[in-house]
Write a protein that binds this ligand. Structure first.
Ligand code: ADP
Ligand code: MG
Length: 240
């Protein structure tokens, strides 16, 4: 579903992604972990082309990333992204947040978009909040709305960049549970996370990054049980 082949990205003199090769299969859940500054967010951002790359190639569902225009809007719909900071439209209701993209990008008639939105809001457990504004919701509820908004575009893959890092601790699980359900439903997911419990129990594979490289990747039991690289051992000794 997602293939990165020899991807390099620099910010000026800073070489942020170094020869990244990564293949994510349909229905696979990949947890990306690693120290701060290792390039995890940049990796996510290149996949829906919020960042350009300097060399290499990226394909989503077999197609190279489009440069611009309507094709780029289609890509952004197909590659859903959920950020640490919920990024909801503050002056639109919860329902409008989830219908907007469907109406503007997918050209879905409003009535159908609203039916889809209400069903998705129910699915993430915030069906009762449709007419409220984001600020009236808890962080956990806002993040679940953000997930519903991405799902409304019928994405082929979902990228999560530390979706629970900005949440109060008691709200982390309600968001992780929605993500677990999504994984069980067969969604292809790339999840940057510091939640090692989630990586261990919900991911099919852990990708460990350091200094812009994929240093090690393995099924979670292998990675957490017997990490091979010194960088991974050092990282795990600090976070576990
Ligand atoms: P992570 O998500 O693993 O913490 P990032 O991908 O955010 O890492 O950042 C990797 C490196 O790239 C960091 O050194 C960061 O400061 C740098 N960086 C990220 N975005 C930019 C940018 N837009 N301009 C310059 N440097 C950036
Ligand atoms: Mg980051």
């Amino acid at each position: 579903m997602v293939v990165l082949d020899g991807v390099n990205k620099r910010f000026g003199a800073l070489h942020v992604l170094r020869d990244i090769d990564l293949t994510v299969a349909r229905g696979e859940v990949v947890a990306v972990i690693g120290p701060s500054g290792s390039g995890k967010s940049t990796l996510c951002r290149t996949i829906n082309r919020l960042e350009t790359i300097d060399s290499g190639a990226i394909t989503v569902d077999g197609r190279p990333l489009p440069e611009e225009g309507r094709e780029l809007a289609r890509l952004r719909a197909e590659v859903g992204m959920v950020f640490q900071s919920f990024n909801l439209f503050a002056h639109k209701t919860v329902l409008e947040n989830v219908t907007l993209g469907q109406i503007k990008v997918r050209r879905t008639p409003r009535e159908k978009a609203e039916r889809t939105a209400r069903a998705l809001l129910d699915r993430v457990g915030v069906g009762g909040q449709a007419d409220k504004y984001p600020a009236q919701l808890s962080g956990g509820q806002q993040q679940r709305v953000a997930i519903a908004r991405a799902l409304a575009m019928e994405p082929k893959v979902m990228l999560f960049d530390e979706p629970t890092s900005a949440l109060d601790p008691e709200m982390v699980n309600e968001v992780l549970e929605v993500m677990r359900q999504l994984a069980r439903d067969g969604m292809t997911m790339i999840v940057v996370t510091h939640e090692m419990g989630f990586a261990r129990s919900a991911a099919h594979r852990v990708v460990f990054m350091a200094d812009g490289r994929i240093v090690e990747q393995a099924p979670p039991a292998r990675f957490f049980g017997s990490p091979r690289s010194e960088r991974a051992k050092d990282f795990l000794s600090k976070v576990l």
